[in-house]
Design a protein around this ligand. Sequence first.
Ligand code: FE
Ligand code: FE
Length: 275
Amino acid sequence: MKRMRDYSLSVNLSASERAKREIIHRTYRLQRTNINKEFNQYLIGKYCNFTRTANFWDLFDKLDGIVDLSDPDTSLPNSIHALQTAEAIHNDANQPDWMALCGLIHDMGKILYLDGCDVDGTSKETQWALVGDTFATGLSISDSVVLPEYNSCNKDHTSDSLELPAMNCGLHNLSMSFGHDEYMYRLLIANRHNLPLEAEYIIRYHSLYLWHTENAYGEYENQIDAKMKPVVQQFNKYDLYTKDDSKPLAWSPQLRAYYSQLVSKYISSNLIIKY
Ligand code: FE
Ligand code: FE
């Protein structure tokens, strides 16, 4: 199997692969440098108001316009990655239908690029406050994070006067670095969705590799977090191992109908959503 999530700038890379990895490094350097607790709150306040409405598919199709700059494993538009993830789950008889819908929408928060700007890192060209693995702001960042060499650029990480949260306070009492996870979680809440709690965890924490893969933040986990973690880990396998640029799935009317029915069942009966 292909080695996933390889970020190294080793010597024997092709010129195009090296250029791609340098962009990944730049994206993470800017993310780590700029996102701290204060800036995180600013981003949430600015972007998570959801005062407009649109048809679900009109928004979803905007994912055709963005390729994740932090992802070493695919160069396909995000709409195709969404379908690859969703269909792998849909084709697994052991998984519930809502999880296939999670596959479809887990990265949909990247539509925020439509309102984004370079200084906030939310534009299509910058993306450092939109994509990439997340971390808890207001705390020091574990060395097991992707590209830990950029941790020293983070103001919270280097602060010697941090106010630590209470033990076992729950992940919801930490403020994860802003990106498509937090944006989409808040969008779903604004839409009063009917998805189970497991789905909220998948959407909100799928980029928190520090938690679901590296087992960081255990001291802040509560019992519900601990119960939900295996579901996020299960989802991660579909998110990570379905990336195959040689087999881009194509949409068909049948697939649209299947996922429309799931969106009506779990998010909005008439497919109109707040964003
Ligand atoms: Fe994601
Ligand atoms: Fe993804």
